[in-house]
Write a protein that binds this ligand. Structure first.
Ligand SMILES: Nc1ncnc2c1ncn2[C@@H]1O[C@H](COP(=O)(O)OP(=O)(O)OP(=O)(O)O)[C@@H](O)[C@H]1O
Ligand SMILES: [Mg+2]
Length: 327
């Protein structure tokens, strides 16, 4: 795990302490912040490191198969159950069960998981007897479980069982000082992988990379470096090697709109896009020293299209020239 920020040092410290005791851990944080990396670090730095580490992606298994996947089944308990089969809980016995995307667990499985944690026994689908299991649970989610508890979509008693220790992985924009270190690490990784020899990242390019917001966090930074290494013909990463959403302020602003959440209440797409469009037109007119015709060129749109937008956004008073039909 790479990181030199204070936030990451706190996480290293927590991981070290937590790995020595078999307590359950809940890892929370945005997508791509390293939750799985933390889960593995806890397991593989502790006394259970030679025991199994089993991952269950709770969001990827259909509800109808989930119980049998997790707890196993007896032969004949349903049509396709052609033999006795242990579940992932039994597979993880003595080690760690990593419940990824735990917020996606359906209520019926939440009840069964709670029982497994409280009584340390599971029962295969179709069986009549319990099986003892000793499993440490590390769970991860990018959802707000406390809010889900309030909405009653996640069981409170289960939440407390899982959240004995909470580790929160901070977003990359809250620890920008880690960007150069991570970038250097990924540069080496993809140099090796692609047999390239890109020696470094220029100061200007690094400045741009540090300003970008990374809605996809470390995963997005890694993808950015991978892409750059693949495309780079020169010996180092320069500003022009970077995609425009990283290398220009406007691009960065547009890219950050990826953070606009589409919630149940819905959003007004036209209004949001219109706002961005209007801002860019005003900027272009300024850059063009007030000439709308030139601004249209800068934006790669026709004069007609410019005139339509100027009217739409009521920008007639900005700039010097009138756009007429003859344009
Ligand atoms: N501190 C770190 N040092 C090195 N690599 C990291 C670090 N944090 C994350 N990564 C890398 O970034 C990628 C995303 O990390 P990971 O899969 O752990 O994120 P996650 O929080 O589980 O994301 P999601 O919620 O989308 O599942 C992985 O390729 C991982 O190796
Ligand atoms: Mg993950």
């Amino acid at each position: 795990m790479i990181g030199n920020s204070e936030a990451m040092h706190r996480i290293f410290d927590l991981v070290k302490r937590v790995s020595n005791a078999p307590t359950n851990v809940l890892i929370t944080g945005e997508s791509g912040t390293g939750k799985e990396v933390v889960a593995k670090a806890i397991h593989f730095n502790g006394p259970l490191k030679d025991k199994p580490f089993i991952t269950v992606n709770c969001g990827a298994i259909p509800e109808s198969l989930m119980e049998s996947e997790m707890f196993g089944h007896k032969k004949g308990s349903f049509t396709s159950a052609i033999s006795d089969k242990p579940g992932l809980f039994e597979a993880a016995d003595g080690g760690t069960l990593f419940l990824d995307e735990v917020g996606e667990l359906p209520p019926s499985i939440q009840v069964k998981l709670l029982r497994a944690l409280q009584e340390r026994v599971i029962r295969r689908v179709g069986a009549t007897d319990d099986i003892k299991v000793e499993v440490r649970i590390i769970a991860a989610t990018n959802r707000n479980l406390e809010a889900m508890v309030k909405e009653e979509t996640f069981r409170q008693d289960l939440f407390y069982r899982l959240n004995v220790i909470n580790i929160h992985t901070p977003s990359l924009r809250e620890r920008r000082e880690d960007i150069p270190l991570l970038a250097a690490y990924f540069l080496k990784k993809y140099n090796d992988k692609m047999n390239k020899n890109i020696t470094g990242i220029s100061v200007e390019a690094m400045e741009m990379m540090k300003k970008y917001d990374y809605p996809g966090n470390v995963r997005e930074l890694e993808n950015l470096i991978e892409r750059t290494v693949a495309l780079e013909a020169g010996s180092s990463v320069l500003p022009e090697s970077l995609p425009p959403f990283v290398s220009t302020p406007t691009g960065r602003k547009l890219a950050s709109s990826q953070e606009i959440e589409v919630t149940e209440e819905g959003i007004d797409l036209d209004k949001i896009v219109g706002q961005i469009e209007k801002e860019l037109i005003v900027k272009a007119i300024h850059t063009a020293n007030g000439t709308k015709k030139k601004a249209a060129k800068l934006l790669n749109i026709t004069f007609r299209s410019m005139r339509y937008r100027v009217e739409k956004y009521n920008l007639g008073t900005i700039g010097d020239d009138e756009l007429t039909d003859s344009d």
